[in-house]
Write a protein that binds this ligand. Structure first.
Ligand code: R5P
Length: 310
């Protein structure tokens, strides 16, 4: 087994390698003057099972292209099999046609990864589980719920907790967490008048006097979370903790959180945000490196990955 890293989140790749007691494959990934990407693998990988770690986070197009070129280079260098480890799977939010004449970007990306030569995908908290079906190969979708549940049991166990889904689409994820920490469930009826804007219409459930735990897969502009926290507070919630897997944190989202009534935002390191969240005491990072390292080990040894979540 060999581990190779793209350039989107080398910190996470190094941490995963450290846990697996392996060295990253020596590569040369650089840009031509016009922005085109050049990939060269500086060691023999013939006959090896290679895991390529690359989040397709901002700049999504560059990071995706880099992933495709690395997979292609590995295929042409006779790797035995190639697993695309994509901690943050970008372009996943367009997973169906919500209005006529739009593209289904998650399917386009799945086709690209397949055609480049990957034989397996490992990812974390896919925006929609059915994206696994866009691939005709095994897709291991790892969950952060156990990681979040452990944190809550350790740090928030004495509070009167209720888990809150920020929209109807997130109910299954939120129910999973609520079951693990034995808390009630509330649901926010969120509408999107237009892309990038969100509005809270209703809260289903009683949050008065409770400590709310919002759980979601992505925080992008921060609009969903800030509006949800406002609405929960207006409905009598004591305090609101937010748990998000993929901290996209576009533009001024981190500042928005700092100024908001969020008690704490807990994110993971599927995306490297070290610069963006520097000096932001409201944001805490939980690393998924052990979870990913363990999953890679199990895939390599052909043992169960789902057992990790039981
Ligand atoms: C939407 O379905 C996702 O789960 C997130 O709620 C959404 O992407 C968050 O976006 P924003 O932070 O821009 O409101």
């Amino acid at each position: 087994m060999k581990i190779l890293s793209g350039t989107s989140n080398t910190k996470l790749s190094k941490n995963i390698c450290k846990q697996l007691k392996l060295k990253l494959v020596n590569t040369n990934i650089k840009r031509f003057a016009d922005g085109e990407i050049y990939v060269e693998i500086n060691e023999n990988i013939r006959g090896n099972s290679v895991f390529v770690i690359q989040s397709t986070s901002n700049p999504a197009n560059d990071n995706l292209m880099e992933l495709l070129l690395v997979i292609d280079a590995l295929r042409r260098s006779s790797a035995k099999n190639i697993t695309a480890v994509i901690p943050y799977f970008g372009y996943a939010r367009q997973d169906r046609k919500v209005v006529p004449r739009t593209s289904i970007s998650a399917k386009v990306v799945a086709n690209l990864i397949t055609n480049a030569g990957a034989s397996r995908v490992v990812t974390v908290d896919l925006h929609a589980g059915q994206i696994q079906g866009f691939f005709d190969m095994p897709v291991d979708n790892l969950f952060t719920t156990p990681l979040f549940a452990k944190y809550i049991k350790r740090k928030l166990k004495d509070k009167n907790l209720i888990c809150v889904s920020p929209d109807v689409g997130g109910v299954q994820r939120t129910r999973g967490l609520a079951t693990r920490i034995k808390a009630d469930l509330a649901i926010i009826d969120k509408r999107r008048p237009r892309p990038g804007q969100s509005k809270v219409m209703n809260i289903i459930g009683n949050v008065r006097g409770k400590t709310c735990i919002i759980v979601d897969d992505i925080i992008d502009s921060g609009g969903t979370i800030v509006n949800a926290v406002e609405a929960l507070k207006k409905n009598g919630a004591n305090e609101v903790y937010v748990f998000i897997t993929h901290a996209v944190l576009s533009n001024k989202a981190a500042d928005k959180i700092k100024k908001s009534k969020v008690k704490k935002l807990i994110i993971t390191d599927t995306i490297d945000n070290s610069q963006k969240i520097k000096n932001n005491s409201k944001i805490e990072v939980l690393s998924i490196s052990s979870l990913m390292a363990e999953a890679i080990k199990r895939i390599s040894n052909s043992t169960s990955v789902s057992d990790l979540f039981n």
